[in-house]
Design a protein around this ligand. Structure first.
Ligand code: SF4
Length: 388
C-alpha cells in the first residue's frame, strides 16, 4: 500500500505521495532486441488479465493519494480502450488522486488511432510516451518493430490533436547499420514535433534476445565507439538547441516536464506495482510479482498475493542503491538528503573508493551533490560497479 507521510523507519522515505505502476505484459509481436517481460499471442488472456489486475488494485485500496500513475509494458495500448478504461476506473475508485497527478500511458504508434487517443485523453491519461525508436523504415524493420515511420508521424499528430500536451518520444541509437547521419535525421524528425520529453536509449544487446543470438554468430554490425560518441554529441547539441534539458543519462525534458514517475525510481522512493512482473518498493521491502501472466491471473483469482520474490533491503544496501540510481540524474545525489534519510554520509560508506573515482575524474562534487562527470557518464556502468 502506498501511504502518505510514511514514518522514518530504518530505511526512511523522502516522499509522502504515492506512485503506482501497472504492467501490461502483452505485445503484438516481439521486437528482436527486447528482453522486457512481455508476451505476444496471448490476446485470449486480455480480459482475464484485466480482471486480475483490477482485483489486485481493489485489494490494495486505501484512500492513498496518488501523484503518478504509469501504465507500461509491454504495450498497454494492445488492450481495448474499454480495458484501459476499466483499469483507470478501478484505480480512481481505489485511490485518491492528486489533482495534478501525472497519468502516463506507453503506446506503440501502430496500436493507437485518432479516436482511441481522444478517448484515452478523456479518460484522464495526460501524458503519452510513444515508443517510436526510429524514423527510418529500414531501422524499424531491423528492430522488428510493428510500425513504420509514417505511422509514427501520424501517431504524434493524433496525440497532439487529442490534446496530449505532455508528449514523450522514445528513440534508440547505436542500431545495427545505423550511421550518425541517420541518427541525426531521426532526432531532427522527433524534435520537429516539439515533444515535451525525449528518451534516447543506446541499444544494448541483452541475453536471450534474437539480437544476442545474431551478435553471437557475428551477424550484427553495430556502430563503433567513435560513431556512438558522435551520436552522443548530436543528441546533446540537437536537444539543447530544441530547449530540452538533459536530466537523466538517457532522458531530456522541457522545464517542468521531467517524468515525475521515473524520478520516483531514480530517487529510490517507494512505489507500488500491479500486474505480472511488476515490482513494488515499500517500507524497505522490494517485491516482484509473478512474471507468467497465466500463473499471475490464477494466483490472484485464488485470492493469494501474486508475489514471486520479496527482499528486505538493509539500510546500507538502500543507501547504495539511492546513490547508484541518483547518479543517473544529471543533478546527482544530494549528500544532505542522504544524511537526512540514512544518517550516513558518502565518505563514511565509500571511503577511498570515492576518492579514487574523483581522482580519476569520473565523479565530482558540485553544490553538495555527487555527480558523474562527462567522462563518468560515458563509463557509467564501470563507476556504478565500484559503488555497489
Ligand atoms: S513493443 Fe516494447 S515491450 Fe513489446 S516487444 Fe517491442 S520492445 Fe519489447
Amino acid at each position: 500500500m502506498v501511504r502518505s507521510g510514511l514514518p522514518a523507519g530504518p530505511v526512511g522515505f523522502l516522499t509522502g505521495v504515492g506512485s503506482l505502476y501497472i504492467h501490461i505484459p502483452f505485445c503484438r509481436a516481439r521486437c528482436r532486441y527486447c528482453s522486457f517481460s512481455s508476451f505476444a499471442g496471448l490476446e485470449s488472456l486480455h480480459q482475464r488479465y484485466i480482471g486480475a489486475v483490477c482485483r489486485e488494485i481493489a485489494r490494495h485500496a486505501g484512500g492513498n493519494r496518488i501523484d503518478t500513475l504509469f501504465l507500461g509494458g509491454g504495450t498497454p495500448t494492445v488492450l481495448d480502450r474499454e480495458h484501459l478504461a476499466a483499469i483507470m476506473r478501478r484505480c480512481r475508485d481505489a485511490f485518491e488522486f492528486d489533482q495534478a497527478a501525472e497519468i502516463s500511458l506507453e503506446a506503440n504508434p501502430d496500436t493507437v488511432r485518432a479516436d482511441d487517443l481522444n478517448v484515452l485523453r478523456k479518460q484522464g491519461f495526460n501524458r503519452i510516451s510513444l515508443g517510436i525508436q526510429s524514423f527510418s523504415d529500414d531501422e524499424l524493420k531491423t528492430l522488428g518493430r510493428i510500425h513504420d515511420s509514417r505511422r509514427a508521424r501520424q501517431a504524434v499528430a493524433d496525440a497532439r490533436a487529442a490534446g496530449f500536451d505532455n508528449l514523450s518520444i522514445d528513440l534508440m541509437y547505436g542500431l545495427p547499420g545505423q550511421t550518425a547521419a541517420s541518427w541525426r535525421a531521426t532526432l531532427e524528425r522527433a524534435l520537429s514535433s516539439e515533444p515535451e520529453h525525449l528518451s534516447a536509449y543506446q541499444l544494448s544487446i541483452e541475453e536471450g534476445t534474437e539480437f544476442a543470438e545474431r551478435a553471437g554468430r557475428g551477424e550484427l554490425l553495430l556502430p563503433d565507439e567513435e560513431v556512438i560518441a558522435e551520436m552522443d554529441e548530436i543528441t546533446s547539441s540537437l536537444t539543447r538547441g530544441a530547449g530540452l534539458r538533459h536530466y537523466e543519462i538517457s532522458n531530456y525534458a522541457r522545464p517542468g516536464r521531467a517524468c515525475r514517475h521515473n524520478l520516483v525510481y531514480w530517487n529510490n522512493e517507494p512505489y507500488l506495482g500491479f500486474g505480472a512482473g511488476a515490482v513494488s518498493y515499500q517500507e524497505g521491502v522490494r517485491r516482484s510479482r509473478i512474471k507468467d501472466p497465466q500463473i499471475y491471473c490464477y494466483t490472484v483469482e485464488q485470492g493469494r498475493e501474486p508475489v514471486a520474490a520479496s527482499e528486505r533491503l538493509e539500510p546500507i544496501d538502500s543507501f547504495k542503491e539511492t546513490v547508484i540510481m541518483g547518479l543517473r540524474l544529471v543533478d546527482g545525489v544530494s549528500e544532505q538528503r542522504l544524511r537526512q534519510r540514512y544518517g550516513l554520509g558518502l565518505a563514511e560508506v565509500y571511503g577511498k573508493t570515492l576518492d579514487s573515482l574523483r581522482d580519476k575524474g569520473l565523479l565530482l562534487f558540485d553544490d553538495g551533490h555527487l555527480k558523474l562527470s562527462g567522462r563518468g557518464r560515458s563509463l557509467a556502468n564501470l563507476v556504478m560497479a565500484e559503488l555497489v
